[in-house]
Design a protein around this ligand. Sequence first.
Ligand code: PEP
Ligand code: MN
Length: 343
Amino acid sequence: MDLIVVMKSTAADEDVRRVVDRVAQLGLTPHLSKGEYRTIVGAIGDRSPEAQEQFEQLAGVDHVLVITQPYKLASREFHEADTVFEVGGVKVGGPYVNIIAGPCAVEGREVLLDVGRCVKEAGATILRGGAFKPRSSPYAFQGLGREGLELLREAGRALEMPTITEVLDPRDVEMVAEYADILQIGARNMHNYNLLIEAGRTNKPVLIKRGWAASINELLLAAEYVLSKGNHRVMLCERGIRTFADETRFTLDVSAVPVIHERSHLPIFVDPSHAAGKRDLVPPLALAGIAAGAAGAIIEVHSSPGRALCDGPQAVMPDRFRSLMGQIRQISETIGRRLQTPA
Ligand code: PEP
Ligand code: MN
């Protein structure tokens, strides 16, 4: 069982240090969370039955809670306020709404810059583009690899936008982290614990997509892997789950957004593109996700989707993306959120 030691708002740094030392003495792993009003120390690991009482007696301690969920650092109990962080000058989480947009895959310099320019003009703050593509068929386009990473970095710099790209293999994490601002763990890899651990060891934010057959608990446990390695900049993403409904590629589980918001302090995004699989369905699903309180959406955009090497049928065209951004702005304002705009 794991504990959370809640410090009094008046606790001195020295009191916090004493608690952290005691956690370590007990052979438990200490995790510090400094909130605006109070500090919390997580004590993760098997503890003796007396440990709770011992902590309660230390100076500066307000009370001690037992964490009941399987995930700890990802829980609201551990961190009451929404996690908000910055990446490349963009504020993510809490009241901020961000749209991540770009092509499914990095296909070449011109097309990436073209789509990138269009999504930035329309108001997207983060540029997406896959260099390593997890394709259902081994014969489909697998991505440009390192060349794709180079092109994405070049486009990100030219457009002054932070970039996100998927990393498929634990052996590539270090390399991808050199090129991209945010590491994406794909739906197929949500259960790849070695990959999560490697991503947790980097200093780059990590976006974890929910597997299409994964529960919310399992998604939060995937986040826990990254958090437990000391990387606190974690973003979650609902991208559709498999149901009996076969009109769409997957079924966007909109309810996951408020459920996760209740249970976790981590920002939860939606990806209507991979859920819908059809471009006309992407805007309404994006709006539903934002209305439900998502921290943003990931939207695939392409200027000539007929020629796209990956996921053309679900790519939104530039004009529709522009009008969608206007609708997203309106919905965000209605629910008291702020749509972030590019630099
Ligand atoms: C993607 O975002 O490029 C992707 C492959 O998504 P998912 O992992 O959700 O299928
Ligand atoms: Mn795609």
